[in-house]
Every structure is written in C-alpha cells, then in structure tokens.
Design a protein around this ligand. Structure first.
Ligand SMILES: Cc1cc2nc3c(=O)[nH]c(=O)nc-3n(C[C@H](O)[C@H](O)[C@H](O)COP(=O)(O)OP(=O)(O)OC[C@H]3O[C@@H](n4cnc5c(N)ncnc54)[C@H](O)[C@@H]3O)c2cc1C
Length: 197
C-alpha cells in the first residue's frame, strides 16, 4: 500500500455503488462496500432474452390508466416473464457512453451474453398502438468507437458488476446497514458491527 492509496468506504452495493467500487479499485485504492441486504437477490426470469426479441405489441385499452398495471402483468405472464418477488428491478438500458466504460473494463463480453441489442426505438400512440415514429439504432454507429446499446435485466447487470468487484478484491460486506458517517474521524457507523475507518 503506497501513501497515495486510500481506503474508500462505499454505502450501498447497487449499480452505482458497484460501478464506483470497480472504478476506484482499478485506480489502485482499497474499497469496502457496505450493503444493508443480507444477500443479493439475483433472480433471472425465464424465458431467455432471445425468446423476447420480438414480442407482439402491448395492446392498448380504451381506458388505460386504471387497467394498465393489470394489463402489463397479464401480458408478461402470457409472454413468459412473471412478476415474482423478490423483484430486483427490471430492464436497464446501457447506452453507448456507459457501454464504452464497461468495454474499457473488459465487461462487454459478459454483458452481451445476457442482453439484447435493439435495432430501433418505436414511439407508439397510446390509443391504438400505431407506430408514430421509428428511430433506427445501428450497433456499428452507436458512437464514434462503434460501441452499441444494450438492454439487460437489472439482476444480470448487477451480477456482472458483483462478480467483477469481487474479482478485483473489493471487500463486499452484506448485512451491513450504515447508520451514520463521522466526517471528522472518517468513520462509517454500521448497525451491530464494527465501524469502518
Ligand atoms: C424504473 C427505473 C428505470 C431505470 N432505468 C435505467 C436505465 O435504463 N439505464 C440506466 O442507466 N439507469 C436506469 N435507472 C437508474 C438506475 O437504476 C440508477 O441510476 C442506479 O440504480 C443507481 O445506483 P445506486 O447504486 O446509486 O442505487 P441503487 O441501485 O438503488 O442501490 C442502492 C443500494 O444501497 C443500499 N442501501 C441503501 N441504504 C443503505 C444503508 N443505510 N446502508 C447500507 N446499504 C444501503 C440498498 O440496499 C441498495 O442495494 C432506472 C431507475 C429506475 C427507478
């Protein structure tokens, strides 16, 4: 450990906390990641994402507001994606600017295994589902480096980041709820456990 090596405490092992942990660890600092959950709920929903590449358009009811949650749930049931607890989030779009960072970290091959790359955005009318506008997305021209866009389930994205953080030696402490931070002493108070300095 050199003089410039810091010990950084990060509160929360969500997507942001994990990404920060990976970036800081790669910069050569030691990282302790404190997460209140006792375990990660890495639920993967059947069917595999490839089967969901071209689902039929979501039918639009005439009175959408009160019906929509039920409609969405039955749609997902019919197309094989039950909304079972524990729910750890849903789809995450990884745009080219984020994908470029993940590529620099060497994570794109793992991300690509669990994601789809959209070919276009479609804006639909809420009344009849009619396509109002199409926005083509070319993977090759995702950005100037040719990094594309990925759609991934949050649980899969989270798993990739947890695995990478562990591989880099981030100290992930589950069941660690932070109750306070002492900025003067650079101490993080953890409920029922030793403080982290
Ligand atoms: C509906 C929705 C859709 C989204 N879609 C996208 C998208 O397509 N693309 C995209 O890039 N972003 C998207 N986001 C945003 C993205 O999810 C957030 O930016 C990201 O999750 C933030 O990461 P985070 O680590 O700060 O928070 P979170 O991922 O929410 O994680 C916070 C973590 O902190 C833990 N925690 C909280 N309090 C304590 C405590 N006191 N002690 C210890 N641990 C604690 C929690 O248990 C949790 O694990 C979306 C967000 C929502 C709500």
């Amino acid at each position: 450990m050199t003089d410039s090596c810091l010990h950084v405490a990060i509160i929360g092992a969500g997507l942001g906390g994990l990404a920060a942990a990976i970036g800081i660890r790669r910069a050569g600092h030691n990282v302790t990641l404190l997460e209140q959950s006792a375990q990660f709920h890495h639920v993967r929903y059947p069917p595999p994402v490839t089967a969901l590449r071209s689902p039929p358009p979501l039918p639009c009811p005439s009175r959408p507001t009160p019906l929509c949650p039920r409609l969405l749930e039955s749609y997902l049931h019919r197309h094989g994606s039950p909304l079972n607890p524990p729910q750890v989030g849903a789809g995450i779009q990884i745009p080219p600017n984020s994908a470029r960072i993940l590529r620099n970290w060497g994570l794109i091959p793992e991300i690509a295994k669990h994601s789809v790359q959209p070919t276009e955005f479609r804006l639909r009318g809420w009344k009849d589902g009619r396509i109002l506008h199409r926005m083509p997305l070319s993977h090759e021209s995702g950005d100037e480096d040719g990094v594309g866009m990925y759609f991934i389930h949050r649980a899969d994205f989270h798993t990739v980041l947890v695995d990478e953080a562990r591989r880099l030696g981030v100290d992930i402490r589950l069941g660690s709820t932070v109750a306070g931070i002492d900025f003067e002493e650079a101490r993080v108070e953890v409920v029922g456990k030793d403080a982290v300095k």
